[in-house]
Design a protein around this ligand. Sequence first.
Ligand code: PRP
Length: 185
Amino acid sequence: MAYWEQDIAEIILTEEQIAQRVGQLAEHISADYQDCELVLVGILTGSFVFLADLMRQLTRRCQVDFFDVSSYGDDMTSSGEVAILKDLSLPVTGKHVLMVEDIVDSGRTVAKLVEVVKDRQPASVKVCTLLSKTARRELAVELNYIGFEIPDYFVVGYGLDYAQRFRSLPFVAVLKDDAMLTHRE
Ligand code: PRP
């Protein structure tokens, strides 16, 4: 039995489904940025798996940088505050910026960071997210590339965590209720 089997209630996106969709997104993005270099901006920590797979499928030159923010901590609900813990290292003025998220839930994180980037006068800013939970949106944010629209389940895997665990699962899954109690610490 795999180490995760006792904790997982249901796999909602398989490794194959994710890989296929990431390839399609990369194709769309590569087509949309034909003559320009991109700055891919990942939002730590959850986006690093998606970003790593996406960037290797792009057929355009790109730079990569990261924001780190605090919002959820180890809890399952947003504190409503988004504070920048690590800013970008690269300048983005005059650059084409693509923000890369694992999931957009309330929209607070990405809305805040798009504003921060826009203040630096980039050539353009767009958002690519693997997962979107429209049902939980609190702020209207334009999502230019969406991998999958998902229902309001708490999901883990492919970069997404519960109490910093389960990020390494190659699929996206719903945890069992008792796994949430076990892994709360
Ligand atoms: C998650 C996710 C997004 C954010 C989305 O990050 O990676 O950044 O929440 O939620 P929102 O749309 O309600 O703002 P989290 O704060 O859990 O941190 P992590 O990426 O380190 O897991």
